[in-house]
Design a protein. Structure first.
Length: 298
């Protein structure tokens, strides 16, 4: 009688590069793995510049082997600490462009999330983690949890979902509720309106009745949130600039993670400079979970 093959658990991909910054993502990845019953898959990527090594007098044959062995040992050591006890994990070392290799790794196996660390405005780690996160969201289909170094202790007690009335923003609802249901967390839905901007008035011609417009926008936003919220979920409408309102709400209600939908390439929240998602990611002191719209489409 054939022995049944054990099916690997779905996994969380965690890129590491031997830096403390990258390792700050590990507690959040571990907590998410425990909550959802997932495994961890640690990945380290290095570039192979044969010509550069030759000019430096380095053995181009022994070099990659030695680097891969060192990085593999580092990955195994990273999950050998008490916080990761009992979690299933795998690891691999890849050679090539970091963004390309991580995108490929996310497509292999059953990868449910990618978790990586950010230090905010100063950039994202020594391998240009900002551009890496951007590429993973634009090109990939896997939700990306971006953790701020030196931030909060890893926990999922209150989950904030930002909505703007679009299908793109609503892709955040599924993953946010999956995490909240598994962790027993509160779900907060919010929509931000700016009557001056949303009215479409360009400053030419008679000024509209802003009081009436504000009332109409508010009623519409409340009805929209009520139509999306479950009975046990809180829904709030805020006013002003989205970035300020989101950060203020997350702080006042002590939300542990902010979940946002992204259209990916060319989308309104593309993780490009100036977008709401990128601004929140850079300014927030708590993790931001970006859900690519293609994750739902595919």
């Amino acid at each position: 009688m054939p022995v049944p093959q054990e099916v690997p658990l779905p996994r969380i991909l965690v890129p590491l590069d031997e830096s403390e910054l990258a390792e700050s993502a590990l507690p959040w990845a571990a907590e998410l793995a425990r909550v959802l019953g997932l495994s961890l898959h640690l990945v380290a990527v290095y570039d192979y510049d044969e010509e550069g090594w030759r000019k430096a007098g380095i053995d181009t044959e022994a070099g990659p082997t030695a680097i891969a062995a060192t990085l593999q040992a580092y990955l195994e050591q990273s999950v050998g600490r008490p916080p990761f006890s009992g979690l299933e994990h795998t690891s691999e070392v890849r050679m090539g462009d970091v963004s390309d290799q991580l995108t490929d790794a996310a497509l292999e196996g059953d990868t449910r999330f990618i978790v990586l660390a950010s230090q905010g405005e100063g950039g994202l780690s020594r391998f240009r983690r900002g551009s890496v996160a951007d590429a993973l969201v634009r090109e990939g289909t896997t939700p990306v949890l971006i953790v701020r170094q030196g931030g909060r202790a890893a926990a999922f007690r209150r989950v904030l979902v930002t909505l703007d009335g679009s299908d793109v923003s609503e892709v955040a609802l599924g993953p946010a509720r999956e995490i909240a249901d598994a962790a027993g967390a509160e779900v907060h839905l919010m929509r931000v309106i700016n009557p001056v901007v949303d009215s479409g008035w360009t400053g030419v011609g008679p000024a509209p009745d802003m009081g009436l417009i504000t009332e109409q926008l508010t009623e519409s936003a409340i009805a929209y949130l009520q139509g999306r919220a479950r009975p046990n979920e809180r829904a709030d409408v805020l006013f002003g600039r989205p970035l300020d309102a989101i950060l203020q709400y997350a702080e006042e209600h002590d939300c542990d993670v902010i979940v946002m939908g992204s259209h990916g390439r060319g989308g309104i929240v593309r993780l490009a400079l100036g977008s709401t998602a990128d601004a929140v990611m850079r300014a927030s002191d708590r993790p931001v979970l970006i859900i690519p719209h293609r994750a739902v489409e595919e």
